[in-house]
Design a protein around this ligand. Structure first.
Ligand SMILES: *Cc1c(COP(=O)(O)O)cnc(C)c1O
Ligand code: SF4
Length: 382
């Protein structure tokens, strides 16, 4: 089957909807400048319900809103074909439900408490997350960074970068630096290269990693120039953040091709969200399409208790059941780990296949749900 028949390119439609040339539409700086933030801009390209229209104005004072013209056009193109866009709307379009969630927390990971210096989060001795950006290609409705940021001037702030780099340079245990945000690719090529240069100059830093949603929500950002810069700083790994199969448009797949061709190992971190990707079939569809595009499914995160996200949360067992259902239906390397993130680090949640110990034997549950006796597994010394 031709993938592009199922998922047509959206640049042509997008350019028409936004009244610009395809060349302009493909310019990421234009995409950023034209992020859709208001009801008026949204209804110009997408049919919304009355509640969704109201949510734009009522949510706006509390939470960030911003949707790239590209992401709007993806929804519009599916809507025109009569396809269900609920999974995309739940991720991108504000909802009134966001206003009525009393249990959520602002900073469930207590990141501020885990930061040796501003914006460097350290949960493990050997690696840090360095949050250099507070801008995103889209503002995801489930994100713990969704609250409107009171702090201005964080974005690639000179002082924060300098202090962060100095901290990493002074701590020889740090072998892996994860550059994240917000989205670290929402910056000029020069800004990104300046940072890479500084981090690569630290002898004990072995691996540089990026976490970015641009391949999903603004694939135009993955230019040949940017990729040319990234590949000068190997070993460099990149995790992106697709949640559903339909996000892998021809434009997104082209961005992934460029990155993979530059020798950058690609991983995907998804968040398990109610109504978005909370079934085995949907996860299988997503993961199959990821590996066809050389992206290895890495993590699926259990959704935290974040204010304004109650309507998107799932029972923790949902993820365990989904992953259990994937076993045997897809290549082993296409099955991500189900993770709950905590201030002390990431905890893996998975189905327990160990039923009991019986004498020197171990009794396991096999993939058909039947017991399997592994003879003598308890006998060799531990
Ligand atoms: C997720 C995370 C990392 C990276 O974890 P991996 O499991 O190595 O991908 C590093 N530091 C912090 C603070 C994190 O939250
Ligand atoms: S792009 Fe990432 S950091 Fe930005 S809002 Fe979405 S999930 Fe959060």
């Amino acid at each position: 089957m031709n993938e592009n028949e199922l998922f047509p390119s959206i640049t042509a439609l997008g350019a028409k909807l936004f009244g610009v040339s395809e060349e302009k539409f493909s310019d990421w700086k234009w995409q950023l400048k034209k992020q859709v933030r208001t009801r008026k801009e949204a209804v110009a390209v997408l049919e919304l319900t009355e509640d969704e229209e109201r949510a734009f104005s009522e949510v706006e004072p509390l939470f960030n809103i911003g949707i790239s013209p590209y992401a709007m056009s993806l929804m519009a193109s599916m809507q025109q074909r009569g396809e269900d866009i609920t999974a995309l709307k739940l991720q991108l379009i504000p909802r009134l439900a966001e206003l009525s969630d009393a249990n959520g927390k602002k900073d469930p990971l207590e990141e501020s408490a885990n930061s040796p210096v501003k914006e460097v989060v350290q949960a493990y001795p050997d690696r840090v997350a360095f949050c250099v950006s507070n801008l995103c290609p889209v503002y995801c409705r489930y994100c713990f960074r969704k609250r409107r940021d009171e702090e201005e001037g964080l974005h690639y702030n000179r002082k924060i970068i300098e202090e962060g780099v100095n901290y990493i340079a002074s701590n020889e245990n740090i072998r892996d630096v994860l550059i994240t945000g917000g989205d670290p690719f929402i910056a000029s090529d020069q800004t990104i290269e300046n940072l890479l240069e500084k981090i690569r100059a630290i002898p004990h830093v072995e691996v540089i990693r990026f976490g970015t949603r641009t391949p999903v929500a603004m694939p135009q950002r993955i230019t040949d120039d940017l990729v040319g810069i990234l590949k000068k700083y190997h070993p460099l790994w990149l995790n992106t953040h697709f949640n559903t199969e339909e996000e892998l448009t021809p434009e997104a797949c082209e961005a992934l091709r460029k990155l993979a061709d530059a020798g950058i190992p690609l991983g995907n971190q998804a968040v398990l969200l109610r109504g978005v990707n909370d079934s085995t079939e949907k996860m299988l569809g997503l993961c199959r399409k990821l590996i066809r595009n050389r992206v290895r499914p890495y993590y699926i995160f259990y959704p935290h208790m974040i204010e304004g996200t109650e309507h998107l949360r799932v029972h923790y067992k949902k993820g365990i059941e989904i992953l259990k259902g994937m076993r045997g239906k897809i290549s082993g390397f296409a099955i991500p780990q189900y993770i709950l993130d905590t201030p002390s680090g990431k905890i893996s949640l998975s189905h327990n296949h160990i039923l009991k110990e019986d004498g020197k034997d171990l009794i396991l549950e096999d993939l058909n749900g039947n017991p399997w006796r592994e003879i003598d597994a308890l006998h060799p010394p531990l």
